[in-house]
Design a protein around this ligand. Structure first.
Ligand code: TXA
Ligand code: MG
Length: 358
């Protein structure tokens, strides 16, 4: 039960365990003071871990880009502690935005609005729009509120790697680069927030997530859906600057096989034989039920099943697991329900997509 204690101390990075139910406010205040003074603090949200900086200080936000190796044209999400904060940092707040906040905040929905000038340009990579989100995680909210500043935070991974869903993922990527990692256990949702751009009419979904298009349309009516082409660009102008980069990628190459169940199996079987003939170790990411593949001891198979919630919760940790197992290639089935959020992450993690023919 002693859930709040320092479990590790290093030159720079401390992992501090904070219970989700009963928070140690003294530790949170310590982290919040550091955050406010310009240091980087990693913290859990309900989606993935974030790498936070004082969103009102350019020098602090600059560190995020340096530490992650993040391209400077990729803007950040500003995390707030209260719904009303959207009025402090955004302007031209429409009735639709208010409805979305009422329905989904705190929660995994990021809303893009026009930005106020008090937010330094580095946060939005020079855009005049700003992404805002109020996370549904008690540690995140306590941290942001204690810091008394909005918190600019991307996912707390090195740019291009799968987003972290545990404190130890953050540690693997950012050890020695952040002051404190607040450990709030494994995140619930497992994939990043849905992003909706409310500066265009109709509003447009830029990144699919747990909150679906249908849920959003039930709240504010028709929305556009930028379901991206392979470069995730629309008319070659990226609507969300981050979408043009490859993402979520394990170190090893991932081949995604799409199509119906039988065709996917046949194609993956053939690929397994081909890699085995080259003495290579394969990792298989499966969703269809049953043991469909003949693999050897040297191979690694993970079947995540068909439940959306548990698949999204385990997807990124599974990609990291294949890296740890040192397989030579990952062969992934498509997620059969064609869930947009999960397929989006799989496609972005893939180095190659094969459409299996029946
Ligand atoms: O669930 C999440 O959203 C997590 C947690 C930590 O909150 N954060 C997250 O941040 O996924 P990040 O930086 O990994 O992804 C933010 C995405 C990027 O693709 C970025 O380009 C887009 O949001 N974005 C940020 N500001 C934008 C803006 N003003 N206009 C369009 N896209 C924007
Ligand atoms: Mg990210």
């Amino acid at each position: 039960m002693a859930s709040q204690k320092e479990i590790q101390k290093d030159k720079n990075t401390r992992i501090i365990r904070v219970g989700k139910q009963k928070l140690d406010h003294k530790l949170i205040r310590e982290a919040a003071a550091l955050l406010r003074s310009g240091e980087l603090i990693a913290f859990p949200t309900e989606t993935v871990y974030g790498l936070g900086a004082n969103g009102l200080r350019e020098d602090a936000v600059r560190k995020i880009f340096a530490v992650k190796g993040r391209p400077p044209d990729n803007p950040l999400i500003l995390h707030v502690g209260f719904k009303k904060d959207i009025l402090l940092y955004g302007r031209n707040i429409s009735p639709s935005v208010k409805k979305l906040i009422h329905a989904f905040w705190p929660g995994p929905l990021t809303i893009i609005v026009k930005k106020r000038t008090k937010i330094p340009d580095i946060v939005t990579a020079g855009l005049d729009t700003l992404a805002l989100r109020m996370p549904a995680n008690s540690v995140a909210l306590a941290l942001i509120r204690a810091a008394r500043v909005p918190v600019a935070a991307p996912s707390a991974n090195v740019s291009g790697k799968p987003s972290p869903t545990t404190a130890s993922h953050v540690y693997q990527d950012l050890f020695g680069k952040v002051e404190i990692i607040l450990d709030g256990g494994k995140t619930d949702v497992g994939i990043e927030s849905t992003i909706i751009d409310c500066t265009v009419e109709p509003p447009a979904i830029l990144r699919p997530g747990k909150i679906t298009r249908r849920q959003i349309e039930n709240t504010i009516g028709f929305v556009d859906n930028y379901l991206y082409n392979s470069n995730d660009t629309v008319d070659s102008v990226p609507k969300s600057p981050g979408l043009k980069y490859r993402h979520y990628a394990p170190d090893v190459q991932l081949i995604l096989v799409e199509g119906d169940a039988t065709a996917v199996k046949a194609t993956i079987d053939a690929l397994i034989r081909q890699y085995h003939s080259q003495n290579k170790r394969v990792g298989i990411l499966a969703f269809f039920p049953g043991s469909r593949y003949t693999i050897g001891k040297q191979d690694t198979l993970v079947n995540l099943g068909l439940r959306k919630q548990s698949v999204s919760r385990r997807l990124f940790e599974t990609l990291r697991y294949f890296d740890e197992q040192k397989v030579d290639v990952i062969l992934a089935e498509n997620f059969p329900s064609h869930d947009q959020a999960i397929m989006n992450r799989l496609r972005k993690a893939a180095s190659e997509i094969i459409v299996a023919q029946a």
